[in-house]
Design a protein. Structure first.
Lengths: 194, 194
């Protein structure tokens, strides 16, 4: 089975856009998506990169560009009023969900919550609701994300992504090949089919 | 007649990639391309932006990404051994060529020289050769690029681009709408047709 590693942070709107397309892309290519949350702030720091919106005119441009992509894909999008939200706990919850075979369902629900429904992923009640929505026990899930093994997995994936060469989000790996950005999904699909 | 403003610096390889596609795109959309060279270094500085390759892993990634796009388009590409070349004189020559209706021919030839043929645009003999190739008098052209009015036009276009909101290259404007990057040409075409 072919696989792709999808490295993202819920705080990245371009990662949301990519996430809306990946299930169908993977189905077309006969591949599996590995959902790998990473702490984007730590990736930027380790790579020597800056937040894209540090440049004011670039930040303004990106708001329009994000809307163009959402229209192009036909997916809902609303720039989060909670940005930059603390997404650490939501990202740890991906690992809890993964242990029950629900990484994709939870990841997609959390992305929609942040970038289509303007919900705050830093709030425990949001997380409990999202966990419940994909069939997880919310109390057990919220307890699990405070445990060291789950914290360690998020950190380990973040470190591994930087070592592989990630410098921004989303980053998609097919084997050793890196594809950066929602705007490279056609190359990802080619690489999976090639 | 619909128009698009194509802001570029010959030193930008993504601008070269976009330039290879623009004549056909404009023909499909019934539009005219205005070739507008700008001093990218000055744009970065004014916008508070950095050279993309300042981040080492990003620079390494871009080399592969450029090759993917060239293969995707079926156009020749070889990363210039003269990068970053001084492209000021070549960009002034676009204005000299424009005054004789040869902006597109000269721009395309100079981009190919830098990014497909590994020629150095900082050399007067390269410029003379390119000028001759598009039917300009090379001696007159090389004299013209040292005159103040031609220098002023390059500077004025650079300032105007920054004022419009340009922060990186290539930048394409359709009316007031900015599209940044070789990877947004599909949105450019939609905007021209819309």
């Amino acid at each position: 089975m072919k696989t792709l590693d999808f490295y993202f942070d819920f705080s990245s709107p371009y990662s949301y856009l990519a996430a809306t397309q990946l299930p169908a892309l993977a189905a077309r290519a006969g591949a599996t998506v590995h959902y790998r949350p990473v702490v984007l702030f730590a990736v930027f720091k380790a790579a020597g990169n800056d937040m894209p919106a540090k440049v004011p005119t670039k930040g303004a441009y990106m708001l329009k560009d994000l809307e163009r992509w959402a229209r192009h894909y036909g997916v809902p999008f609303r720039f989060s009023s909670h940005f930059p939200s603390n997404t650490l706990k939501a990202m740890r919850l991906v690992h809890v969900a993964a242990d029950q075979g629900k990484a994709e369902a939870f990841t997609q629900a959390a992305f929609r919550a942040m970038w289509a429904e303007d919900r705050d992923l830093a709030r425990p009640d949001t997380l409990a609701d999202l966990a419940r929505g994909v069939g997880l026990d919310p109390e057990a899930a919220l307890a699990a994300i405070e445990t060291q093994p789950i914290k360690d997995r998020l950190r380990a994936d973040t470190d591994a992504a930087v070592t592989r060469g990630m410098f921004g989000a989303p980053a998609i790996y097919v084997g050793d090949e890196l594809f950066w950005g929602n705007d490279r999904l056609h190359f990802v699909e080619e690489a999976l089919k090639g």
